[in-house]
Design a protein around this ligand. Sequence first.
Ligand SMILES: [Zn+2]
Length: 377
Amino acid sequence: MRKTFAFKLYNSKKNKWLHKQIDAAASIYNYCIAMHKCYFKLWGKHLNKFQLQKHITKLKKRSRYTHWNLVPSQAIQDITDRIARSYQLFFKYSRKGTRPPTFKKYKKYKSITLKQAGYKLLDDNKIMIGKKTYSLFKSRDIEGAIKTLTIKRDALGDVYLFFSCDVKDSEPNRIMTGKSAGFDFGLKIFLTSSDGTKIDAPLFFKKGSGAIKKASRLVSSKKKGSNNRSKARVHLARCHKKIANQRKDYHVKLAQKITQEHDYLFFEDLTIKGMQRIWGRKISDLGFSAFMEMVGYYCQLTGAQMQVIDKFFPSSKMCHVCKKIYEALSLNERSWQCQGCNSLHDRDINAAMNIAIVGASTIGLGNVRPPSVAISA
Ligand SMILES: [Zn+2]
């Protein structure tokens, strides 16, 4: 399985070289996007990545683009690969609201990724990247074979290294629980299980967004280019980071819990859920997909199985007992009565139940027992 090991680099003046590399990567990225746009205007199709790579190699020899030579060729390959992939997705799903990749500001450009070459781990806590040696806070040993190294900076200017490694699967010694469940995501209630358990969205999601709002107001109240403004910006970045850490911690604990408690876990595909336009905000803001990734990771560790249902069905509006669809269900109705069989439903539990039933049938688990949890009339 893939495992990621993350380390922070010591703050050092040398780190500016990494920042320069990432800036140069941003310049290459933006150049590629511009090329794609031009090419598409002219020919009505997207540029293939090999043509693009060839072109960049040529440009690197010109004096105007010498700074691109800072970026290792593998990292350039990674950029062209990523752009090609997102264009492919865009052409495949453009009708469903996918956007083409867009230009990125240097400040917002975060990382470069290397494969096997371009760096070397030295003794102790040292690493050579390019021709320079950096020190990292090596809190643990790296296991397995390193597949990629991502050098990433955050808004505070700190630099982190992420080693993605192939680690031998260890046999999970799992005690089967005999339990399976469907899970439904929500805004107020983060997760509802088909067994009736509801897990509230943690308070810091809300509190945090208040702090962020306040901090970003502070930024815009300061004069542009002033010292105070950059201080306020750092404060804002700290707020974001703190909440990101809290969220991750919360995700980890919840994912551990549900993968230990269930043999099979069923979820709805988030892109499908997003297409139902139930949620105003982008789903990515809510961290559901990050949570799903975390669940996937703990499934590998614990030996639980996770199934994402990728076919569309109206999980909220369908009565899980008689399958009649209640079209008029509005967002405010937290509970409703089925007109087909008179069952009373809690909105979220009914949705989770449907997810559990469809999920179980897709893997041939047979019928999930009719719920004793739903409030029957
Ligand atoms: Zn019904």
